[in-house]
Ligand binder design. Sequence first.
Ligand SMILES: [Zn+2]
Length: 363
Amino acid sequence: MADLSVFSTSYLEARAKFVDAARGAGATVYEYRHPTLKGPDGEPMCLDVAVAGSEDAERVLVAGSGTHGIEGYPGSAAQTAWLLGGGAQRLPKRTAMVFFHAHNPWGFAHKARGTEENVDLNRNFLDHAKPYPANPGYAEVHPIVTPEEWSDASVAGIFRGLDAYRQKVGEKAFSTAFNGGQYSHADGIYFGGQREQWATYSFREAVLKHVAHAKHAAIIDFHTGIGPWMEHIYLCFHKEGSPARERARTWWGERAVNLAGVTHKALADYQGVLIDGFAAMLPKAAVTCIVVEFGTLKREEVQRANMAGRWLRYCGAKQPALARKVHQEFCECFYPGDPKWRAAALEQSREILDRGIAGIGRV
Ligand SMILES: [Zn+2]
């Protein structure tokens, strides 16, 4: 059985374990601290970066956690376990592993999906000087997914409404409306923001400092929620036939590009995704990007949890007892407590990281 002590119950605990493991592995640790924002226990909010290997390595693999706050707990455990497991001592020549810990520290610390401004960080990586992409479908979805009351009956009503909308517009248009990202409803779901988030800014600062020099750069962004229980799936957004897509296929296998295990009938047209922002910052490098999702519950339960997270933020304070129960269910959906699930996520993450390092070490 894997050592599950790398899993944490708070942001502070996860951060301390990560920083200790990084220092113990001989990595150099950097901190990107929010100037004023604090966590629920008054703790500072930081993106922490650990560089294992040479700071000016020409091949750099970034592995990040916590784009969606709560999902950072398994991602953090994966990072810490890899550092404790001696990965940093087995790096190929001219290759560095760079961990980004807690892309969205506020969401991580509060066990929420969004940032301090209810922004889905994975929809915020776009040019904020330009008009935001329109998502007219979301305006139709918004009243359905934002109930004042949270109960089995209200949730059943949500799904009836979503089913009717899906039948009207088809799977692809439904997915884009529902979770492609929207920039019009600040109290809605999958809100991409109306300005750059501090977390976006600090991620960009860290990429400039630790990655921009690389000839070959790659990123693995660890998430949870999509995919079968105790398994992982890959999301690769590189174009069919592109060298980047071929690298992903070579490093992680056919499943990295064929959507194996993804139960979505049609993927949305996503806007402002973090890994796309990463690639756009590195025009001179050969860049390979992948999202890894550790699967948890069924798709409908994950959708329910995302809407529950929105209800908790805007309506939960009026019903604290119910809010505690709903939040427990929310956490269980993105950070399962089952030791078997946690052991599987650790074991799989080690292989994913090792394959990424071996892959970029060979290019
Ligand atoms: Zn996620």
